[in-house]
Design a protein around this ligand. Structure first.
Ligand code: SAM
Length: 288
């Protein structure tokens, strides 16, 4: 049974190990039982599942996941936390801790070795300083992942679910919506963590699509176009793509926009995922 989801137990662990909390690793430990339970519930974790947890910290969320899952693989970068995890997770026989950087670890190998290549679920209270690189890695590597349920800064969760036309709509929104169906689970105030972060947080559930919602000739090429389109937000889409070093001329972009019935001076933030797929398919013909 999970024991760490409260302030008093978390403080006991911090004191017992004289733990100095590492800001540089984005360490904010959860202390709220209901937030933890609701996160694992939203992830739909069952005893059939192998879960990849990113950044177990002192093992708080790990305990909740391990109570529901068949197996938990927890990847933690901070080696000072490893002996603590051995202690706080000692009563669980279904948890394996790996002391590595999630941006470097071979996730494919983990899925093969720990789950016979079958899809896993990802559940985490992510370190906020690398939220986007972690999510982009999980999404773009097209690994067998069924869903991703993560605590992030609320502002980042909002961006993931954003629709065209909003100032927060961008490359992250498009990647999340191309690969998954996002749903907001809960808003979490700073008081649910030790130490308290300076911003509100949110748990978001990303159910990975079995099939992409739009057809692309080459999804990597589409994301190169998307990155170009949002690299300079105040520029027009045609200037953004032209400057992205993809060997595409401004005239080619304008021609495609006209073919699509769109204004040649349109900005990237106005285009839907479907329109990005269409324009990248048209541009692909010019460059390949
Ligand atoms: N899961 C714990 C909880 O909810 O209380 C801790 C979450 S804390 C926000 C983020 C955790 O990610 C920390 O334990 C931190 O050391 C770890 N972390 C930071 N960067 C990491 C990386 N590149 N790879 C793996 N873990 C990382």
């Amino acid at each position: 049974m999970a024991t760490l989801g409260c302030a008093s137990e978390t403080k006991k662990v911090i004191e017992k190990y004289n733990l100095s909390i590492q800001k540089k690793f984005g360490q904010n430990f959860l202390i709220d039982d209901s937030v933890l339970s609701k996160t694992v519930e939203a992830a739909g974790v069952t005893k059939e599942d192998t879960v990849l947890e990113i950044g177990p910290g002192i093992g708080t969320m790990t305990q909740y996941i391990a109570d529901s899952a068949g197996k938990v693989i927890a990847v933690e970068i901070d080696r000072m936390l490893i002996p603590i995890l051995e202690d706080t997770l000692s009563s669980y026989d279904n948890v394996k801790v790996i002391n590595q950087d999630i941006l470097k670890v071979d996730i494919e190998k983990i899925v093969q070795e720990e789950n016979g290549g079958r899809p896993i679920k990802v559940v985490a209270n992510l370190p906020y300083y690398i939220t986007t690189p972690i999510l982009m890695r999980l999404l773009e590597s097209e690994l067998p992942i069924e869903s991703i349920t993560v605590m992030v800064q609320k502002e980042v969760a909002d961006r993931m679910a954003e629709k065209p036309g909003s100032k927060d709509y961008g490359a992250l929104s498009l990647a999340v919506q191309y690969y998954t169906n996002p749903t907001m689970v809960q808003i979490v105030p700073p008081s649910c963590f030790i130490p308290q972060p300076g911003v509100d947080s949110a748990v978001i559930h990303l159910a990975c699509h079995k099939e992409a919602p739009v057809k692309t000739v080459d999804s990597k090429f589409m994301f190169a176009i998307i990155r170009g389109a949002f690299a300079q937000r105040r520029k027009t889409l045609s200037n953004g793509i032209t400057n992205a070093n993809l060997g595409i001329t401004r005239d080619q972009v304008v021609l495609c926009l006209e073919k699509m019935g769109l204004d040649p001076s349109i900005r990237g933030e106005k285009l839907s995922l479907e329109e990005f797929a269409t324009i990248s398919n048209l541009l692909y013909e010019f460059t390949h």
